[in-house]
Design a protein around this ligand. Structure first.
Ligand SMILES: O[C@H]1[C@H](O)[C@@H](O)[C@H](O)[C@@H](O)[C@H]1O
Ligand SMILES: [Fe+2]
Ligand SMILES: [Fe+2]
Length: 296
């Protein structure tokens, strides 16, 4: 079971002040009694996860991502509030995740509540946690009913060489882009320090939610949007792969993503959040940073 332990630590707030806070201590094992993000364990669940990554690595190509961006930029699928979307997410199952089998709304609230406890003044970070996985509605028929490989799992850039830090990277050999000589080098079609926003990154819930937030004129600050857009980019934020593409702003924002990641990953537990109890707080944040209805 997950344990929340208080441990004093000094942290930097968005205004640059240093504050002493209680920090969430990451548990060592997940709800299935295994290490978090263990992609090599022998189990039925892992077989499904590996199957998932095979499909993802073969099918996510540069052209596919371009097509998806053009399609979803239209935001012509629905009009609804952020909270309505949270509720929709309950119908979604994520086949790529070895650590979670609770409804997705619990994951949103578990990560948001854990981060809120340690960073009480950073309300934008609480809201970033609440919305970070909302893009998984792409799996629902009304939003295109995309296959799992086009919605979830870790992300990686196209248009340059696939890095070995990607989980199950062997399956990239079957990706058509693997044979494209223009994409074969470390930089591929990009320049060093070009900035992460200039990369074509595998399509999924991160990029979609970033697009939705941005195009509906959210007032969330840049680190919040960065967290939403790159939270699945584990090869970068966990292993430091592709970091030569970061510009100075990315380097700053990455500090917040590192903080966020701990709560995203390790708050996954069987201890459920009382949705009705915390709802008023999150509604007040949504009202502060988003319009009442958004186009999706
Ligand atoms: O399995 C997980 C899950 O789908 C997360 O939502 C995503 O952000 C991760 O990167 C992925 O590996
Ligand atoms: Fe995610
Ligand atoms: Fe998440």
């Amino acid at each position: 079971m997950t344990t929340l332990v208080d441990k004093p630590k000094t942290v930097q707030t968005s205004e640059g002040k240093l504050e002493s806070q209680n920090v969430f201590l990451a548990p060592e094992i997940n709800a299935f009694g295994r290490a978090f993000r263990d992609y090599d364990a022998e189990s039925e669940r892992q077989k499904g996860v590996e199957e998932f990554y095979k499909k993802q690595h073969i099918n996510q190509t540069y052209d596919f991502v371009k097509k998806m961006r053009a399609e979803y930029e239209k935001l012509d699928k629905a009009e609804m509030s952020i909270w309505e979307c949270c509720e929709l997410l309950n119908e979604v199952v994520d086949e790529s995740d070895p650590d979670l089998d609770e409804p997705q709304i619990q994951h949103l609230l578990q990560s948001a509540e854990a981060i809120r406890k340690d960073y009480p003044n950073e309300d934008w970070l609480h809201l970033a946690a609440l919305i970070h996985d909302l893009g998984k509605i792409l799996l629902l028929p009304k939003f295109g009913g995309l296959p799992q490989w086009a919605v979830v799992g870790d992300t990686f850039p196209l248009g340059c060489a696939f890095d070995e830090a990607n989980v199950h990277h062997k399956y990239f050999k079957e990706n058509p882009d693997y044979k494209n000589p223009a994409f074969a080098s470390k930089n591929g079609i990009y320049k060093e320090k070009c900035g992460l926003d200039n990369l074509v990154i595998s399509w999924g819930h991160d990029d979609y939610m970033y697009m939705v937030a941005k195009k509906n004129n959210t007032t969330l600050p840049p680190p919040a949007l960065f967290v939403v857009r790159y939270h699945s980019f584990y090869p970068l934020h966990k292993h430091g792969a592709y970091k030569h593409f970061m510009n100075d702003e990315d380097v700053e924002n990455l500090k917040w993503l590192h903080i966020f990641n701990k709560y995203d990953l390790y708050s996954k537990s069987k201890v459920l959040v009382d949705v009705e109890k915390v709802k008023p707080y999150y509604i007040s944040l949504i009202d502060k940073y988003f319009p009442k209805k958004l186009r999706w």
